[in-house]
Design a protein around this ligand. Structure first.
Ligand SMILES: *Cc1c(COP(=O)(O)O)cnc(C)c1O
Length: 424
């Protein structure tokens, strides 16, 4: 079968004897043991994706900071912490998770447009590596909080390189009209301000121009603009020894061609050739996306005059991406099927017309069949909810032929914990 992994890594999914395996584990066995819906991740695939990025930079001073929001399960974070990964967090909750999973705080960078004073305090007390500051107001607040604590906060400004949307219309966070980052035109003035504040230590420039990028051109362009800004700052004696070039390399949900890690690293490093600057990246999707599947069972078949519906036991509350972005996830039967194929709409039990998982897939289906939605390791469980009072699925990690439950399926008691009825 085709691979959805970054070049240089191997898809962990394979049919053997007609049964779909993740690493050496038959996914049917996982479904039997833990029920469906169920997320299953491959440790080997996560590690291979991380190592491909790490190796791609060779001798150059670099750090690969996994973007925690893609999948924040403690086991996933712990596996990456063991490899020496850094972490990119966007909330105090994510910071707490990373520390809980065994990482040191000095490997953590903190991104996001809305960090509260409490979160700034928490991260300063922990001693994180860098705050990626996204506005003038945040800069002032961070200076004040750090001052109150008698500390100097390490900062980078997240600059919006305004990469041309005309040529690259899919870029969603690197443009002027976006809520993220500091407009490139304001950057110099804000760096001067930051350098003058006693509670801050200016050390980096950060940018992140978008997600699911399949072309290196916009990343190369953004890196070039960041390098130019670094030169301009040097001319004002503001020394920048770290640049963070964001996450965003895509994965092959369909048959997209994705640049390899080496090509990617070469493209973003090129403008910094000959400088000793440390390059950080913050990949999320490309580390965990292809490593995970969502298992689901066909509850009912409902063939119709217009469309054939296969109602499965997973829904938009378990995997939101199709409903939210019209995202595509390949659907694989856990057992290679022989019967007559038809075109099916895969829908869930949630009471919303938008509750679909896949459109127009040609599959031979019968009631009770087990299916895997591919590339569900990123922004899958992490975006799940309890809508319709549906307990969230179990999460499992396979490692060779071993199966580890890394998050138990939620119980109904979990769901109403903290709720109180009126006394009368
Ligand atoms: C979401 C995000 C990432 C990760 O993006 P991916 O597309 O998952 O690689 C990295 N950095 C920042 C600031 C983000 O918001």
């Amino acid at each position: 079968m085709d691979s959805a992994c970054p070049a240089g890594t191997v898809s962990p999914l394979q049919y053997r004897g007609g049964a779909l395996h993740l690493e050496r584990v038959a996914l049917e066995a996982v479904a039997q043991r833990f029920g469906t819906p169920c997320y299953v991740y491959s440790r080997a695939a996560i590690e291979a994706a991380y190592r491909a990025y790490d190796a791609a930079f060779g001798d150059r001073l670099h750090r690969v900071c996994y973007a925690v929001k893609a999948n924040s399960n403690l086991a996933v974070l712990n596996v990456l912490a063991h490899l020496g990964a850094g972490f990119d967090v966007v909330s105090g909750g994510e910071l707490a998770r990373v520390l809980r999973a065994g990482s040191k705080a000095d490997r953590v960078v903190f991104s996001g447009v809305g960090k509260s004073a409490a979160e700034l305090r928490q991260a300063l007390a922990a001693g994180i590596a860098c705050f990626n500051v996204e506005s003038a107001a945040e800069l002032e607040r961070l200076n004040q909080v750090a001052g109150e604590m008698g500390l100097r906060a390490p900062v980078a400004l997240r600059v919006n390189p305004d990469v041309d949307a005309g040529t690259h219309p899919y870029i969603s966070t690197g443009l002027k009209e976006n809520k993220f980052g500091i407009p490139a035109g304001d950057a110099l003035a804000l760096y001067r301000r930051a350098a003058s504040l006693p509670g801050l230590r200016v050390q980096g420039i950060a940018c992140h121009i978008g997600s699911q990028l399949t072309d290196l051109a916009p990343l190369r362009e953004a890196a070039g603009r960041i390098a130019a800004l670094r030169e301009a700052l040097l001319a004002e004696s503001i020394a920048i020894d770290q640049v963070d070039l964001g996450g965003g390399l895509g994965i092959a949900y369909r048959d997209e061609t994705i640049p390899g890690a080496a090509e990617y690293a070469a493209a973003i490093s090129a403008p910094f050739a000959g400088s000793g600057v440390e390059i950080s990246i913050e990949p999320g999707r490309s580390i965990v996306g292809p490593a995970g599947v969502l298992l689901t069972r066909v509850e009912y078949l409902k063939p119709g005059a217009q469309r054939n519906f296969a109602i499965v036991d997973a829904a938009m509350n378990d995997l939101l991406r199709p409903a939210l972005y019209d995202a595509h996830h390949a659907v694989l039967p856990l057992r290679e099927a022989g019967g007559e194929a038809k075109v099916w709409e895969l829908v869930g039990p949630v009471c919303e017309s938008g509750d679909f998982l896949a459109h127009a897939r040609t599959l031979a289906l019968a009631e009770g069949d087990l299916l895997a939605l591919r590339d569900a390791g990123a922004y899958g469980f992490a975006m799940s909810s309890n809508y319709n009072t549906r307990p969230r699925p179990a999460e499992v990690m396979v490692d060779g032929d071993r199966i580890h439950l890394i998050r138990a399926r939620e119980t109904l008691d979990d769901l109403w914990r903290g709720e109180e009825m009126l006394a009368e």
